[in-house]
Ligand binder design. Structure first.
Ligand SMILES: CC(C)(COP(=O)(O)OP(=O)(O)OC[C@H]1O[C@@H](n2cnc3c(N)ncnc32)[C@H](O)[C@@H]1OP(=O)(O)O)[C@@H](O)C(=O)NCCC(=O)NCCS
Length: 254
């Protein structure tokens, strides 16, 4: 599905293709309830989710969720405003589409009610997808090499094909195993990252044994590049120690 615009709420969004067309991916919203902060906290405190993730703090508290959502909303504000103008100013039609340096479509939501025109009216937050500049997992966490590689990558101007990107994602356990994240990754790549960010190089990583996550990427034309044994430090609240990770790389449009 192409990029969509909700003419009722003035929100740009991505909609998954059938059979998942009730799933949309939106930017953050200013109202905490509409944004889905309570659902986000519940999901990130579920062991089927937090034990698979390196990043978000666990236990995940209200202040963590608010700070994350406010930060992302501010970071994406300019992109979202520009997209709203694109949809609202028909005179711009025919202009070459602007290339952006960010993906504002991060909140995965299940639509529960639609207008007669098909605009989503109510929905429930069910997960998160992030496409950000790569962390260079191949270098040890905290190492100078990792920082130098990140600095080089971060310094490349937006829209350049040489930027290396990475995905991070999670979904509510109530919705696992229905093909949703496979469709989400596909939509973000095809409907936004390639046409509107000029993305060509995407990586991701998963803890060894996270078959669901690996399969989602393999089904989207990623391939395994390496397994790094005892590599990722795990927070004490998640049991401590280190976990082995598998790194995958996108092979391009299929
Ligand atoms: C990983 C995750 C995002 C997958 O999302 P999902 O929507 O459930 O995945 P899909 O339904 O698109 O599944 C894709 C494939 O993986 C399989 N799969 C899903 N979960 C699986 C599991 N726990 N074990 C084995 N296979 C699994 C599906 O059966 C499907 O394969 P198929 O098409 O051959 O049937 C989700 O399970 C999740 O949020 N897990 C916790 C957080 C996490 O691991 N995030 C990724 C960190 S790297």
């Amino acid at each position: 599905m192409p990029l969509c615009f909700n003419s009722t709420t003035k929100e740009p969004y991505l909609r998954l293709a059938a059979p998942h067309s009730h799933i949309i991916i939106t930017p953050h919203r200013s109202d905490p309830i509409a944004d889905g902060i309570p659902a986000r906290i519940e999901i990130l405190n579920h062991p089927a989710v937090y034990m698979c993730l390196e990043g978000p703090p666990y236990p995940h508290l209200q202040e963590h969720a608010e700070s994350w959502c406010n930060g992302k909303r501010d970071e994406m504000q300019e992109v979202v405003e520009s997209l709203v103008c694109e949809f609202q100013e028909p005179s711009r039609n025919g202009e070459k589409a602007r290339i952006f340096d960010k993906c504002p479509f991060t909140c995965i939501r299940e639509v529960t009610e639609e207008s007669s025109d098909g605009d989503p009216l109510t929905d429930v937050f069910i997960g998160d997808i992030g496409l950000v500049r790569y962390s260079f997992y191949e270098f040890r966490s905290g190492s100078d090499e990792r920082q130098a590689a990140r600095d080089r990558n971060n310094a490349i101007p937006g829209g350049d094909e040489n930027i290396v990107w990475q995905f991070g994602d999670y979904l509510a356990p109530s919705h696992h195993g229905r093909g949703i994240m496979t469709g989400v990754i596909r939509s973000v790549i095809h409907d936004w990252a390639v046409p509107r960010m000029n993305v060509r190089d995407i990586r991701a990583s998963a803890f060894v044994g996270n078959q669901g996550s690996l399969k989602v990427f393999l089904k989207n034309n990623f391939e395994e590049t390496c397994t790094l044994e005892d590599w990722a430090p795990v927070s004490e609240s998640r049991g401590g120690g280190t976990r082995s990770i598998v790194v995958v790389k996108w092979r391009g449009m299929n």
